[in-house]
Design a binder for this molecule. Structure first.
Ligand code: ATP
Length: 321
């Protein structure tokens, strides 16, 4: 390997810049050239390729988002698009590529690997919805942002003796919601992984908690579940308790990354460069059972993400008032 390319793809996540910085500096220290590819696979197809040196990643660690920008790209989903991308990489002398993104981005990496470009994926998404890993870049920052926001909503909800429905991100994964429920405390949680959610049961819990003297209530709703405003109306009608919905939204995607996101993202970035230097391809970096490791992308994509049942049980026990 002589030249490594790096791109960020799919949704952005705080900590992506720390990974980019580690990739650039580790690669240069190993005598490799590094090129940044702007706007994910879309920028690759438009040949938006820049040279990177140690200074080009100065002072980016504490910034949220990604200095390389990110995009989704339909053209790259086609075989012609993938062929064109591989040719562009070869034309620019890029023989190793690091893709920071989610499962969709790894599918793209898999295709490039089959076309002769040594490719490594790094899990970057706030949703923690990648099956092969217990950590994804950005989750820690996103969950800390959500926990802080919920604390604030709880203050005002308590003063007005209200019920608050708080919708957190996660797309089809309930991890941010589950962590918030344990970290903030809530009367109930709705997550996509547990479809047996019973609205009547939630209403009874709220009413029974109110009878026991609880002055405010919080329900955490994961993004993939449904309309938080309608749920608030139904709860208000059924309980007679004033209920408001707050959708936290993109606030969870931004902000300065936490120490954990900076350190883990840096480790994953350096690890990816080491794998490429050793001649590896079609691998994805993971953090599993307390260790940084890597999997074959095909194997990683075939794994199924499940919610941690023990954590879910703990969250349920905490609801008892
Ligand atoms: P996030 O979890 O943040 O959404 P993601 O990487 O899963 O991240 P996607 O939009 O699914 O986000 O994928 C990003 C890009 O990867 C797509 O726009 C497309 O260019 C490419 N991609 C996705 N799936 C495939 C596929 N099956 N084959 C080739 N490329 C793909």
């Amino acid at each position: 390997i002589n030249t490594i390319g790096v791109l960020t793809s799919g949704g952005d996540a705080p900590g992506m810049n720390a990974a980019i910085r580690a990739i650039v500096r580790t690669a240069i220290a190993s005598g490799l050239n590094v090129k940044g590819i702007m706007r994910g696979y879309a920028g690759l197809l438009n040949e938006e390729i820049i040279d990177m040196d140690k200074q080009s990643v100065s002072e980016i660690m504490r910034r949220g988002g990604t200095i390389l920008y990110t995009a989704r790209c339909k053209e790259f989903m086609t075989e012609e698009g993938q062929q064109k991308a591989a040719e562009i990489l070869k034309k620019h002398g890029i023989d190793g590529l690091i893709v920071i993104g989610g499962d969709g981005s790894f599918r793209g990496a898999q295709k490039l690997s089959a076309l002769g470009i040594n490719t490594i994926g790094i899990p970057g998404t706030i949703d923690l919805d990648i099956a092969c890993t217990d950590y994804t870049i950005g989750f820690d920052t996103a969950v800390n942002t959500a926990v802080e926001a919920i604390d604030k909503i709880k203050d005002t909800s308590m003063s007005h003796e209200r019920c608050s429905i708080i919708e957190v991100m996660g797309r089809n994964a309930g991890y941010i919601a589950l962590w918030c429920e344990i970290a903030n405390g809530a009367d109930g949680i709705l997550i996509p992984e547990k479809e047996q959610f019973d609205e009547q049961d939630l209403i009874e819990t709220i009413l029974s908690n109110r009878l026991k003297g609880k002055k405010h209530h919080v329900v955490i709703n994961a993004e993939g579940i449904g309309d938080s405003n309608r749920l608030a109306k139904r709860i208000e009608t059924a309980t007679g308790i004033e209920t408001r919905a707050t959708i936290l939204g993109h606030i969870q995607r931004g902000g300065s990354p936490t120490a954990k996101d900076r350190v883990y993202a840096s480790t994953m970035g350096a690890y990816a460069v080491d794998l490429l230097s050793g001649g590896a391809t079609n691998r994805v970096i993971a953090y599993k059972a307390g260790q940084f490791t890597d999997f074959d992308i095909d194997e990683a994509l075939a794994m199924k993400k499940t919610i941690d049942e023990y954590q879910f049980l703990i969250s349920r026990l905490m609801v008892m008032y």
